[in-house]
Design a protein around this ligand. Structure first.
Ligand SMILES: [Fe+2]
Ligand SMILES: [Fe+2]
Length: 268
């Protein structure tokens, strides 16, 4: 196996250990004839960017994703926290569909899934416009999904553009009411100034209303203060992983799969 594992251990007093495979930031960068020559050139450039960023890895992102999904069969649950597609091309969507076919997993999108091309500013308009097209690649509900596995409630939530929604807040409270310990998965870690809605961090011209910003702050506070929400796992940073505070709690950031790294979370 070419993959390297980062291991995380959580202790909730379960009868039997639960093993979760966490994958993040694959950054598939492909384009085909339907995407056009301009996108093919863009894709080649992006593949080169990640090849260098990963310091000349043994496999490309396609190979690592194939290997990781095969490996996922050994786990109780697999969660993918976004940036699986580097940009929203036909070739990326079709490749992801092919590799993910027949696999079970939870998925939330990252900051790249909706991008028509890297380098143009993110907007909620193109996120909304292409939501269904991106969702068609993945199983489940990429805005919010929960899965109870061995007495733990695993929840994946989209925060790719640094906002939570009222629907996510309502669904999260419903899950908390079930009374089980919760582990959250989302693309951006809670120590991100953009997620915290720190003034002046209107990231990449993502204009949001004051009402939207206040709702996100309220959801953050709820997550930080609700005892049943134990921790969160994220990606996005592309470093070698680490911790990220979420109020008094500690969250975790996983290194990217394009560097050949997967997260193995053992909860007992
Ligand atoms: Fe990423
Ligand atoms: Fe990202």
């Amino acid at each position: 196996m070419n993959l390297k594992s980062q291991k995380f251990y959580l202790h909730f007093g379960l009868e039997r250990p639960v093993r979760i495979l966490h994958l993040t930031d694959v950054h598939l960068s492909l384009a085909d004839n339907l995407d056009g020559d301009d996108m093919k050139e863009h894709a080649a450039h992006r593949r080169d960017v990640f090849f260098r960023e990963a310091e000349f890895p043994e496999r490309d992102p396609v190979g690592y994703l194939e290997e990781a999904m095969e490996y996922s069969k050994e786990f109780d649950c697999t969660v993918i926290t976004g940036d699986l597609l580097d940009f929203n091309s036909h070739a990326n969507r079709e490749t992801a569909k092919r590799i993910l076919a027949g696999h079970d997993y939870l998925f939330c999108p990252g900051s790249h899934e909706f991008a028509p091309k890297i380098g143009i500013p993110d907007t909620f308009a193109y996120k909304n416009e292409h939501w269904d097209e991106v969702q068609s690649v993945f199983r489940g509900d990429m805005e919010f999904e929960s899965r109870i596995v061995g007495g733990v409630n695993l929840i994946s939530m989209d925060n790719s553009f640094y906002l939570w929604t009222q629907r996510q807040f309502d669904l999260l409270k419903q899950e908390v009411a079930k009374g089980l310990p919760i582990v959250l998965f989302c693309h951006c870690a809670f120590n991100s100034p953009a997620i915290l809605q720190t003034p002046g961090t209107n990231y990449k011209q993502l204009l949001r209303t004051e009402e939207e910003a206040n709702l996100t702050i309220a959801v953050n506070e709820y997550i930080f203060n609700e005892p049943l929400i134990k921790t969160a796992f994220s990606g996005h940073y592309h470093g070698m992983g680490g911790t990220a505070s979420m109020g008094e709690k500690e969250g975790y950031v996983l290194a990217p799969l394009f560097k050949g790294i997967v997260g193995e979370i053992v909860i007992d």
